[in-house]
Design a protein around this ligand. Structure first.
Ligand SMILES: [Fe+2]
Length: 380
């Protein structure tokens, strides 16, 4: 019997300029905002709190979320939720903030399960408002937090963490600096490409992946050169969201497996790691005929035509390299001033971590630890 295929689509997505105004009609009177200090100090949070003030909605701000949120931060956030019993939790920030809010939501429900029957648990309405266009975390059901004691990453996957609503208002992303705009958008492009060629890709995930690739192809450079343009900004937010919907269903590949280890070992931004690793993995996965065919569709989404499968790998790889150059992203790890000895000392560990990474299981070409070690070495 054939395997039954599923594709889930959630949450409600509000997008475009002024989409934040949808907060005024959401019908809750007591909310908790989860965010970071920067959002409060830069007063960017006022774009949200002004709307809540005008509509007499009580709110409390938990602003202690830091990058790579730890279990300690999650516990603190959880105590706020448990004490305040808000009708809604609004996460406002980048991927780390949204991931932390998801984990807070997850542990809140787990905690309540100890005392209340599952079907009687009141789950706060969960709204995710991303302030970068990159992770797609607002539409995925997983989160990564860091164990405070062991410093290891804890991946969580549960539909409880899928937001009920995502709001993509470009007013929150226009002040994102050039380098962050470039790196986060390259994360989106990597999501689109890895999701499209994943062994678990399907007709729905492929449609979202290709559209996200197309949106990045036609808006990223324009946005990079015109940072305050809300039309380009919103297109990148929508691309990020679509790529998130896509990889939530299909999974990713070894660009991410390698980037995860590099990011935590050398404290590098996730999108920057993906941008550097992606061309090498495009070449590696190009040994698979089906993937080479898919590269043609990816290139078409990015505006190329008349490509055949013999050329598709080289052309896609070159296109990503040229895009990185235009975005002022270095092409190798050497250019990031990473110490060669320090790098050589951890290559084998990086390869083992990448091998065990969840994203490796959906890569279109199966890899050995040796393959990964060779690939990681070539990045320097
Ligand atoms: Fe990513």
């Amino acid at each position: 019997m054939n395997k039954i295929s599923n594709f889930y689509i959630n949450p409600k997505i509000s997008y475009g300029e002024n989409s934040l105004l949808s907060l005024k009609d959401f019908g809750f009177t007591r909310v908790c905002i989860a965010t970071d200090r920067f959002m409060v100090e830069s007063k960017l949070i006022c774009k949200i709190t002004d709307i809540l003030d005008k509509n007499n909605i009580d709110y409390h701000i938990f602003d202690e979320i830091t990058p790579d949120p730890s279990t300690e931060i999650i516990e603190k956030g959880l105590s706020h939720i448990v004490n305040l019993k808000p009708h809604a939790l609004i996460a406002v920030g980048g991927g780390s903030v949204i991931d932390a809010a998801k984990a807070i939501m997850y542990f809140c429900i787990q905690l309540k399960k100890n005392f209340i029957e599952e079907n009687k648990i009141d789950k706060p309405y969960f709204i995710a408002i991303p302030t970068t266009a990159g992770t797609g975390s607002e539409v995925t059901n997983f989160s990564v937090i860091t164990d405070t004691n062991t410093k290891s990453k804890i991946p969580l996957t549960n539909d409880i963490m899928l937001p009920d609503e995502a709001i993509l208002d470009p007013i929150l992303t226009v002040s994102v600096p050039k380098s962050v705009t470039a790196a986060t958008a390259m994360d989106v492009l990597t999501h689109g490409i890895e999701s499209y060629i994943s062994i678990n890709s399907n007709i729905f995930s492929q449609m979202y992946a290709l559209k996200s690739i197309e949106l990045i192809g036609s808006n990223l450079l324009k946005c990079f050169n015109d940072l305050h343009n809300t039309k380009y900004r919103n297109s990148l937010q929508i691309a990020s969201c679509m790529a998130g919907i896509s990889f939530n269903s299909s999974g990713l590949g070894i660009t991410h497996s390698i980037a995860h280890g590099l990011g935590s070992s050398f404290h590098l931004p996730h999108g920057l790691c993906n941008a550097i690793v992606l061309p090498y993995i495009i070449e590696f996965n190009g040994r698979d005929a089906k993937t080479r065919e898919k590269y043609i569709r990816i290139l078409e989404a990015m505006g190329a035509s008349n490509i055949n499968s013999n050329m598709s790998t080289v052309i896609l790889k070159e296109l990503i390299i040229e895009l990185n150059k235009a975005l002022e992203i270095p092409l190798d790890l050497r250019s990031l001033n990473i110490d060669k000895k320090q790098f050589d000392a951890i290559v084998s560990n990086l390869a083992q971590t990448a091998y065990k990474d969840i994203c490796t299981s959906t890569n279109p070409v199966s890899v050995s630890i040796n393959d990964l070690e060779d690939l990681i070495r070539s990045l320097y």
